[in-house]
Design a protein around this ligand. Structure first.
Ligand code: FES
Ligand code: FES
Length: 128
């Protein structure tokens, strides 16, 4: 049912954890099932220099978060915003159709973290 890459990222997820002094944090959840994904970003000169995640969800959600963090690490914010859940699933050599919605969490969590970063930047400008 799952590709080798999905199994690999599920068994050995990359970038698990938290960044204490993160520049942006995004949390999304699916109210129906209670699954939650949280993404932490460290950003320098508009580039994602570090990223960590915490996911409370199924194996597909964990593999998607792991792959998504790998795909955006080192990218600019604009490049990261273009990441779609389809691209994450493709990078994993596919997800079963009933598991595609789990990869949407990763895309949404990244977008939420970038929004949070931008909000903080604006606040800094207002306060300085
Ligand atoms: Fe909750 Fe898939 S069942 S996101
Ligand atoms: Fe809930 Fe995948 S995150 S089923």
């Amino acid at each position: 049912m799952y590709s080798e890459k999905v199994m690999d990222h599920f068994m050995n997820p990359r970038n698990v954890g938290e960044i204490e002094d993160a520049d942006g944090v995004g949390e999304v959840g699916n109210a129906k099932c209670g699954d939650i994904m949280k993404i932490f970003l460290k950003i320098r000169d508009n580039r994602i220099v570090d990223v960590k995640f915490k996911t409370f969800g199924c194996g597909a959600a964990i593999a998607s978060s792991s792959m998504a963090t790998e795909l955006i690490k080192g990218k600019t914010i604009d490049e990261a915003l273009e990441l779609t859940n389809k691209a994450v699933a493709e990078a994993l050599d596919g997800l079963p159709p009933i598991k595609m919605h789990c990869s949407v969490l990763a895309e949404q969590a990244i977008k939420a973290a970038i929004e949070d970063y931008r909000r903080r930047q604006q606040e800094k400008q207002v306060n300085s």
